[in-house]
Ligand binder design. Sequence first.
Ligand SMILES: Nc1nc2c(ncn2[C@@H]2O[C@H](COP(=O)(O)OP(=O)(O)OP(=O)(O)O)[C@@H](O)[C@H]2O)c(=O)[nH]1
Length: 914
Amino acid sequence: MVPCSVTAPSSSFVAAIIPRHTFFSRPYSLPLRFSRASPVNSLSNGSSSQSNHQLFSSSDPPQPRTLFPGGYKRPELKVPTLVLQLDSDEVLAADNQAFALIDKAVSKWVGIVLLSSNEPSGGKLYEAACSLKSLLQDRAYLLVAERVDIAAAAAASGVLLSDQGLPTVVARSTMLDSKSELVVLPLVARIVHTVDAAINASKSEGADFLIYGGGDLQLVGREVGSVRESVKIPIFVSCGKDNLSYADMSGLLALGASGFVTSLTNFGRYGDEFLHKVFGSVYASNDDGNVSEIELNDNGFQSGTEIVAGFVKLEDREKQLIETERLVLNEAVEVIKKAAPLMEEVSLLNDAVSQIDEPFLLVIVGEFNSGKSTVINALLGERYLKEGVVPTTNEITFLRYNDLDIGQQRCERHPDGQYICYLPAPILKEMTIVDTPGTNVILQRQQRLTEEFVPRADLLLFVISADRPLTGSEIAFLRYSQQWKKKAVFVLNKADIYQNNQELEEAMSFIKDNIQRLLNTENVILYPVSARSALESKLIATSNVGKRNEELSTSDSQYGANSFFELENFLYSFLDGSTIPGMDRMRLKLETPVSIADRLISACETLVTQDYRYAKQDLAAVKDIVNSVNDFALNMEIESLSWRRQTVSLIETTKSRIVELAETNLQLANFDIIASYAFKGEKNAMPTTSKIQNDIIGPAVSAVQKILQEYEDWLYSKYTLQGRLYKDSFEKRWPSLRHESNQMNFETNQLQKKVDQAGSRVIANFSSSAVSKAFEQEVREMIVGTLGQLGVAGLSASLLTSVLQTTLEDLLALGICSAGGYIAISTFPGRRQRVIDKVKRKADNLAYELEEAMKKDLTEAIESLNTFVKVLSEPYHDEAQNRLNNLVQIQEELSNVEKKLRTLQIDIQNLHVS
Ligand SMILES: Nc1nc2c(ncn2[C@@H]2O[C@H](COP(=O)(O)OP(=O)(O)OP(=O)(O)O)[C@@H](O)[C@H]2O)c(=O)[nH]1
């Protein structure tokens, strides 16, 4: 199967000139996820994970993906939204217009795209999924119907299962197994047709959302309405009707539907205005997303009472501290955003800061089926939450106070995914209770939900079931919650199952001992309770609903009901600010955001230190590239030697041949011939010189020209190739800066034109005829010089002319007859030697000039390359340097905020110390 996206391999040369592990920035948008498989952020080209080269050197230790042990991010679904249903044939046959419509759909109204196929073989489905995936980007989730394998291969967001399809857990874990680099949990949705199937899919199966398919619209509406209370995940309605009217849609939304499934054709028929009207009406009064702003603030305090940070009657000192805390936390948020702009976990801190003014958050955690819902019901005094032997809580549920009639509740799903129930239970006036899904590795999504919520808790009520006290996963979860420095109160629930007190004592001490060891504290608060009995007692005394157990006149027949009172009493003591637990509560409340900030800041510090290291490596890598031109130059210098040697040796051979020729021909025996040519004038070339010109210098010049041409070609190809490789290596390593450097093309670059081919110029200026002429001239001068001496000996010019027509013997005789003539002739070898020396000098000069010119060409080529690489490296160098400077500054800011947080922590601890 061809992968959806293919990344080009990097050239081997590039690998040779840059250390492979040094890059500008860590990839991907998930700095906190420490993922090795992430797309680059600040210098990112936005391409997918591994495409941007390996980020860490192989010696780096593996890092956890996120701060959350569950490891995966939970996909968030904004509702209401439309679900666009497409068929693979439809996608593959889509024209530009159809793609434009899909593009428009996902840019605004459609949050989920479902892709199905009627064909049993997966080829088309896969192809369609790939093309959709690249079109959607991250704007909408892409789910493939039934085919987990294809969803995984096409990197889709998840699968849609029919009611006969795979179990949700299997589908999810298959997708997870097939994509080890996934950081977001895959979405698993299910099509249901009945109320029971909807409840089952959402509760026991842990589906992420449902598609409620049915025939009759009214029936579907009624059924969706009826499961609204028990199914907390989004339900999208799919009905046979072609076009839903405004009344249909708004009616279904009002009944609790989260949106509708639509075909592309139908989507094309709905206009923006229509959809705006439909979806706008749902939250018309709450455009800011604060669905129940009034209720959220309606936390039970008397109207007119000044409330700060969820507390009343605060002293000035306390108010001041809260204000200081807010300032420091906001500062922390800013620094975190700067240090790790894509750290999604900063939302935890934002939430915590905004929560400073909200009631105390008591978060109930524990393994599934440990009795959390029953404990909460017992606290509320009414069976508000569903209880059951199979996992019943799939969403985080906020329980907030509202002045409804006893037994009544109103629940709603916030657009940001929070599920909020408003109840009239008195305890909620003082604190918001949060029910969380049971922690258990099998239920990954639920586990992650709870993990994400832990940092926000002011106090954790850890429910342990008596039938399996302290399991391995409970210990892991406890350890995790301690990373956030959360205070936890432990409840040993279902204590009624013990036969006697001794069994209870044994279980208690086993749990206490282990927790003490685990948390390294003596101070473990553990309440053995029977939430079921406590609830039943409260329900029996219905008239006393809302009162504490201590006020109930139960017969205490049910074991554990009384001990529940102690727990309740402990929690109520939190409400009284004048008591020690009350002060504790305030400290806990104020410490919650500080500990979140603390954790995030230290995560940022790790990242920034890492980034600092990478930026330094990047800077060094840039310098290495620039410096590597020196190595290249050295190699070129070595290689160019052979070219120069070739040229010089050619000239040397030529020189030797000329010298040999001169020595052979410029003999005294030939003097007459030479002299006759010398006196015939320049128009008649001497045979020697014409031989020199035609047979020796001419071919030699051509040979030198050829070598020089080859040399220059070699030089050109070498350094242009090198220039291109440098450019490629920069661009491949740091693709995001490509746009700036790709303007510089080495072949056409001005910097490159400086190499002027000096070698060729030298040889071009060297004319073989001019050289032979010069040689001839030298010979002439030699003759005239020799005969001039004779003239001195008394020869007249006319005689000389006639003499020169005579034979050598005559000449010799003449020379011999005249002492002066003899002397003149005797200077001939010396003069000839001078001619030869001149020839040698000329040749040596030429060789020297050529060598120098060739060196000059090389130097210029290297200089040109050097300049090019320097100019090319500048943006990369500047980027790395700026990053480095920026990181130093961020490090400083982080450490400043950290100091402020430390001081704040001390102030919070000392808040009530006078
Ligand atoms: N014997 C006994 N059973 C209890 C007690 N409290 C709860 N149960 C039972 O334990 C089962 C699970 O209770 P829930 O309250 O639904 O447990 P939970 O922890 O909320 O479960 P999830 O929401 O699925 O995580 C139910 O059958 C309860 O009736 C108790 O004190 N004693």
